[in-house]
Design a protein around this ligand. Structure first.
Ligand code: 13P
Length: 255
């Protein structure tokens, strides 16, 4: 059984006190959970204060990015090694990192490997742009991003990997792929991993969907074959929406 994940990517929103208020409200509404992992990914500056505030029976913390070298002359960067005590997960290769900050598959592969080396689970984001979709290149794009992204992992350490399928055109747009389209990509992701690491390994990898997730689609999209949860953007900043999404996942898992 793959444990479900509901992760909130706050992106570059909420200062330390605003983040603390949001966690306070979520903590009141979200019940203690065994079968669903709820991960909050605030900005770097909020990770440390929130690590003292969160109820660990309810939440884990994730970072939104980090650099692959452990230390050194890399002005402005935060290393994955520095996050070891603060974050259980790191989002790697988010489309905003790829498209607004020029991150390529090679850099992303180094970050994935550095996460695993530092015992932090990478959430590797993959997904096609609108023009790749229009050109029917979705599967090729996702396959290439994924196979380069995991290139340094072994069949032992890949089990910590989480993959998030986030179609770029669906992020922040209110547009959603049809469930069968999500299922096709999910099954491509699992078969790509199975091809490299074997079916047993592939069955253990959790695959999330991200892009315009909102409470109204939660149940239907969690029922898509092969989907193990969500990476939520905008709706994770709204305590009512995010707690409804978590509650639906908990209900489906019998909690
Ligand atoms: P939205 O949920 O705001 O579309 O963002 C998705 C996302 O980028 C999560 O990482």
């Amino acid at each position: 059984m793959r444990k479900k994940i509901i992760a909130g990517n706050w992106k570059m929103n909420l200062n330390v006190s605003q983040g603390s208020v949001l966690v306070h409200r979520l903590q009141e509404r979200i019940k203690t959970t065994k079968n669903v992992e709820v991960i909050l990914c605030p900005s770097f500056v909020s990770l440390q204060p929130l690590s003292l505030q969160i109820d660990r029976r309810k939440f884990k913390l994730g970072a939104q990015n980090a650099y692959f070298e452990d230390e050194g002359a890399f002005t402005g960067e935060v290393s994955i090694a520095m996050l070891r005590d603060l974050a259980s997960y790191i989002i790697v290769g988010h489309s905003e990192r790829r498209h607004k900050f020029g991150e390529n598959d090679d850099l992303i592969a180094k970050k994935v490997a550095a996460c695993v080396r530092n015992d932090i689970a990478p959430i590797l984001c993959v997904g096609e742009t609108a023009s790749e979709r229009a050109a029917k290149e979705t599967k090729q794009t996702v396959h290439d991003q994924l196979s380069v992204g995991v290139r340094d992992l072994t069949s032992q350490n890949i089990k910590h990997l989480v993959v998030a399928y986030e179609p770029v055109w669906a992020i922040g747009s209110g547009r959603l792929p049809k469930p069968h389209e999500v299922e096709e990509v999910t099954s491509l992701i699992r078969s790509t991993i199975a091809h490299i690491y074997g079916q047993n390994v592939a069955e253990k990898i959790r695959i999330l969907y991200g892009g315009s997730v909102n409470p109204d689609i939660t149940k239907g999209y969690l029922e898509i074959e092969g989907i193990d949860g969500f990476l939520v953007g905008g709706a994770s900043l709204n305590y009512e929406y995010f707690s409804r999404i978590v509650a639906t996942a908990q209900e489906l898992e019998g909690e």
